[in-house]
Write a protein that binds this ligand. Structure first.
Ligand code: GLA
Length: 346
């Protein structure tokens, strides 16, 4: 029977390591967290969408097929999702939508992907659609970021939200499409995130510039993606493209080193890899800020064995690995791997 009421939840994510590698067909190691976005959808019979963002006390109304851009605003995500689902030939019905979130916006914990994925799942359930597999669904959601929000982001956040597993991180290979759960056994160690106080928005930060730089590096080298790069090619690139490319090359290697360290239970080594990732993102990829550096330092002062900027960069939350017994700084929140996005009611 076609449902007349559905609800879905999609989590935000933490990326353990493997930053700015997704759009370079590289490797990453994210996990879904408990916080996320819940969307409920009530079929209304017509072609009208009315949406309410409960946390913002804001509303939107439009006709399906008549979605207009709404730059820099939560409405862009709702309009983008209904338009992109329909463009992909998926059923979208007129509905009243209610949106509620527990992951801070602009935090670097992928509130945007959580919103896109929760909207998509609630609407697809309402349309009684067949299950759409993670990669194509992540691509639809990512088109919303690219075409409706203006951030040329990759698929990391959407895949982490869709495929999250309890007690595991996900090794994602963005070239082969293979996603492998990696048990995240921390014992008395803890992963925490700490807000740098600088909100970030990928559409307005230097994110799109970095993506362009990587594309330009590929053009100059005559390769289709930086996954085909080897160290000998770096000297053929002018600054700062050589530095950007070196980061991607070494960050991919750090992902597999982290998977190995986890398999041996070698958490001090994981900490060293997080630090190396941060140094590379700061010095080679140049996307740190003084506030982020101060936040990394606060975590280290509190006993973090590794700490790094996370996500798109230029602000947001910092990830820290706390040794047993270390007390995280005030305001830090512990993050643990939770299940992926799901339909709650249909
Ligand atoms: C943001 C983007 C992702 C990814 C990360 C950096 O979170 O949405 O696609 O590129 O930045 O690793």
């Amino acid at each position: 029977m076609v449902p007349d009421h559905t609800a879905a939840f999609a989590p935000g994510r933490v990326n353990l390591i493997g930053e700015h590698t997704d759009y370079n067909e590289g490797l990453a190691l994210p996990f879904a967290i408990d916080a996320g976005v819940r969307v409920s959808a009530l079929a209304t019979g017509g072609q009208r969408i009315s949406a309410r963002a409960l946390d913002l006390d804001a509303t939107d109304e439009y006709q399906l097929g008549g979605e207009a851009p709404s730059p820099g605003d939560w409405r862009a995500f709702v309009r983008g999702i209904t338009a992109e689902l329909a463009a992909a030939g998926l059923p979208v019905r007129g509905a009243e939508l209610e949106i509620e979130g527990t992951v801070e916006r602009g935090s670097g914990l992928s509130s945007s992907a959580a919103l896109e994925v929760a909207l998509a799942l609630a609407l697809l359930a309402l349309g009684d659609a067949d299950v759409v597999p993670p990669w194509p669904l992540a691509r639809i959601c990512s088109r919303v970021e690219n075409e409706w929000v203006g951030a040329q982001t990759g698929l990391l956040d959407q895949l982490a939200s869709l495929c999250g597993r309890e007690n595991a991180a996900l090794r994602i290979d963005f070239r082969s499409g293979v996603i492998t759960p990696v048990p995240l056994v921390l014992g008395d160690w803890r992963l925490v995130t700490l807000d740098s106080g600088v909100g970030h928005a990928n559409a307005q930060s230097g994110y799109n510039d970095r993506r362009r730089e990587c594309a330009r590096a590929c053009e100059l080298l005559g390769i289709s993606s930086l996954r085909d790069l080897d160290a000998a090619m770096l000297e053929r690139l002018p600054a700062p493209l050589d530095a950007r490319a070196r980061h991607v090359l070494e960050e991919n290697a750090r992902v597999d080193a982290a998977v190995e360290a986890l398999s041996r239970g070698d958490l001090p080594e994981l900490g060293r890899l997080l630090d190396a990732s941060h140094t590379s993102l700061r010095d080679l990829y140049e996307l740190s800020t003084p506030e982020v550096e101060a936040t990394v330092q606060r975590l280290r002062d509190a006993g973090a064995v590794g700490a790094r900027i996370m996500g798109g960069g230029f602000g947001g939350h910092v990830l820290g690995l706390m040794a047993p017994g270390a007390v995280p700084p005030a305001g830090a929140r512990e993050v643990t791997p939770g299940p992926g996005a799901r339909v709650l009611e249909r």
